[in-house]
Ligand binder design. Structure first.
Ligand SMILES: *Cc1c(COP(=O)(O)O)cnc(C)c1O
Length: 391
């Protein structure tokens, strides 16, 4: 059965795997691009004798190509695709049972926090939200019933880093699973499985898709038994993506390495320019020597990514003014597309967090998050310059 085959570890470079892993010319026509298999069912030669495909909720060839492709990029044996990033995280959370305890980082993606606190707490799962940049705090939060350690690195919007190897050690000592949300870094910049993570989760909606035209999620795992448990849930619940969505993400991953290098180049140039600007008080970027986890960033990540957060002198009004005055940077939530976006987290993506909690976490009123796209960097800088002048 195709879906039970382990993906062989591929020795090719990232770009070659991004373009070729999991894909072969269509056997009936030679079509070089993976066809979009809309078929819901597959003809069997005799009862229960299939070519590996029986019903498309369970397994679909376009989805298989994407799953193998991303697994290869994450240096994992298995991939599983979902209809959204939240769909993949929900699948992970479903490994938990009533009475289990989870330690999660305290500046989680809002949707993940909502899933945990409004749905899973009700089912009897307990959560502790801690600052996972502090290893001692994590050790202290672990309990005998802790079954999962869930981290994001870098985080949103403050771009703080958690040491994945250290977390793997702590999780391993407690026989808990380490789950890493790798959406911000992408497999091009960071491979959590290489640092000991058990499960990697992605919102494919962001950099993997890369063109702001598809919603999707992915899980990558190395352990076959764990893969089977996750697949059982995926198939039972039906949280699978359609074949067209898989095709779009697969088209995205083919250029991931090229896009990410340009995202990083542009972000580095913008950070250098902003550092000299009198209206900018603070810049959050893992590539800066004064970033609290810069040394870790140099070993855990290959480059520092396309997300940049800045603090303006002033408060909410100055932040809002800046965010509304850019023209090339569009004012919108989400991130990771080819086009540049600007976000004022306090009034947009992170508005639901009480002010006191926000301030404690270091998320100030004037904070602005940039998803630096791959336009010409001089145009992006000119746009920021013009907007800052009006603040
Ligand atoms: C967007 C996002 C998600 C959720 O993904 P969807 O595709 O929107 O469901 C999860 N984690 C992170 C870090 C994200 O940025």
């Amino acid at each position: 059965m195709v879906r039970r085959m382990a993906i062989p570890r591929n020795k090719q470079g990232f770009g070659s795997r991004a373009i070729h892993a999991g894909q072969r010319p269509d056997p009936t026509t030679g079509a070089i691009m993976t066809p979009v298999y809309f078929s819901s069912t597959y003809v069997q030669e005799e009862p229960a004798k299939t070519k590996g495909y029986d019903y498309s909720r369970t397994v679909n060839p376009t989805r298989t190509a994407l799953e193998q492709n991303i697994a290869s990029l994450e240096n994992a044996r298995f991939g599983l695709c979902f209809s959204s990033g939240m769909g993949s995280i929900n699948c992970v959370a479903n490994l938990l049972e009533c009475g289990d305890h989870v330690v999660a980082c305290n500046d989680l993606y809002g949707g993940t926090y909502r899933l945990f606190t409004t749905l899973y707490e009700k089912l009897g799962v307990e959560f502790s939200f801690v600052d996972t940049t502090d290893k001692d705090a994590v050790v202290e939060a672990m309990r005998p019933k802790t079954r999962m350690l869930f981290v994001e690195t870098p985080t949103n919007p403050l771009l703080r880093l958690t040491d994945i190897s250290a977390m793997a050690e702590i999780a391993g000592a407690h026989r808990a699973l380490l789950v890493v949300d790798n959406t911000f870094a992408t497999p091009y910049l960071q491979n959590p499985i290489d640092h000991g993570a058990d499960i990697v989760t992605h919102s494919a909606t962001k950099y993997l898709g890369g063109h702001s035209d598809v919603v999707g999620g992915v899980l990558c795992v190395d352990d076959e038994e764990l893969r089977d448990r996750l697949h059982h849930f995926q198939n039972s619940v039906g949280s699978t993506p359609g074949p067209m969505d898989c095709f779009l993400v697969l088209r995205g991953t083919k250029t991931l390495h090229v896009r990410m290098d340009r995202h990083c180049d542009n972000a580095e140039r913008i950070v250098a320019w902003l550092s000299e600007h009198e209206k900018i008080e603070k810049i959050h970027y893992p590539g800066l020597p004064d970033h609290p986890q810069h040394e870790l960033a140099k070993t855990q990540m290959r480059r520092f990514g396309g997300m940049v957060s800045v603090e303006l002198a002033g408060g909410i009004e100055q932040g809002k003014q800046f965010a509304s005055r850019t023209r090339l940077f569009s004012l919108a939530e989400s991130l990771g597309g080819v086009e540049s976006l600007i976000d004022h987290p306090v009034s947009m993506t992170h508005g639901s967090i009480p002010r006191e909690e926000r301030m404690k976490a270091g998320l100030n009123d004037g904070l602005i998050r940039l998803s630096v796209g791959i336009e010409d960097v001089d145009d992006l800088i000119a746009d920021l310059d013009e907007a800052l002048e009006q603040v």
